[in-house]
Ligand binder design. Sequence first.
Ligand code: UDX
Length: 436
Amino acid sequence: MKIAMVGSGYVGLVSGACFADFGHDVVCIDNDPKKIEALEKGVMPIYEPGLADLVETNVRGGRLSFSNDLGSAIEGAQAIFIAVGTPSRRGDGHADLTYVYQVAKEIGEKLSGPAVIVTKSTVPVGTGDEVERILSESGTPHKFAVVSNPEFLREGAAIGDFKRPDRIVIGAEDDFGREVMSEVYRPLFLNRAPILFTGRRTSELIKYAGNAFLATKITFINEMADLCEKVGADVQDVARGIGLDNRIGAKFLHAGPGYGGSCFPKDTLALLKTAEDFDSPVRIVEAVVKVNEARKRAMGRKVIEALGGSAEARGRKVAMLGLTFKPNTDDMRDSPAIAVAQALDDAGAIVAAYDPEGMELAKPLMPWVEMKANAYEAIDGADAIVIVTEWDAFRALDLNRVKSIANTPLMVDLRNVYDPADMAEKGFTYIGVGRG
Ligand code: UDX
């Protein structure tokens, strides 16, 4: 089956490479000629474990190619995916659908045979209807259907998530759409991945509801962590204690500096806007957005307090370990590290940092931070060490060495990587999250 993937960003590239790996004939399209040129040379525009190899294998196998030219690339494709960005619109938080609609228009103008147009980008409820209208208005003589097929993959684990999904959601309004999508995902049916056929609007909402629920779960445990600190309880045990209840589930109950990334902040905001437009407020999500936003900067203040308050923080050296919004990615979008670094700079602290993959993208966001070649260089002479992202590289630091090169053995562990009793025994002043 021939598949065209319009947009070779995170979702498009991972999905395209995985579909090719399943044996489909895939062409990934992008309007950025530099990106296509680089991809043809095997250079990935993003850091994602396993992606470069997967792309190379499938290009070599003749199943995956890249193109700048949408018209020729979609020729003969039975499924055309739209996987372009839907950033938050400046000013109002609505999802910006300019790229989605532009692509829909171009597909309509250039369609050369029957095809199913699939929105894989995260799009607000009703976008599929609009894409259908745009295609109809293009006057294309060819049969088409518009389908919603949201993507649930996590950065850093994207290939595994794509190939072994918890579920596949397909929102289609007719048999043509359902049949073609069944063919697209046939290799996964054989893996017994549950597949859920719904209406198109329902499918669009599932994506937002899922992300908002996960963001709520994280925010809930983060507030429990704050309470734990006040009442002398341990949030790790609270999370385990509630998570073992199957109705709650153990995942996404890890307290930390607040969620970031390309999806949760943007999608929760977009859901609020949809709810507002339809006059059906989602107050829990409203609270989640506010609480999470405030939390990121509060984490900077937590470090300042650990240093003895703002009067003491001025001129002190802080080592930040980890900058990306989570490990195994170079993605800095909405990373809590940005707010932490900002609060520290505002307090007059001197910040040095190390991140295994994120420093290049982090630099312009925090030009006052000195980027170091490794964790120990950042820690050298530090008055406080802050773990912001739980990269594996920070789980097994040589603590004797850390102690000997730091100015003060003070660690603020925003990801609860270390054990408080263990750290105390090793002579550290240790402050975790919610470990009262
Ligand atoms: C998320 C969704 O998981 C995925 O299904 C969707 O398609 C895109 O958005 P992603 O943004 O890649 O994926 O990362 P995820 O692993 O979900 O983490 C998001 C943020 O929540 C990170 O900042 C992470 O540190 C934080 N988080 C996650 C916690 O603070 N605690 C947790 O228990 C889990």
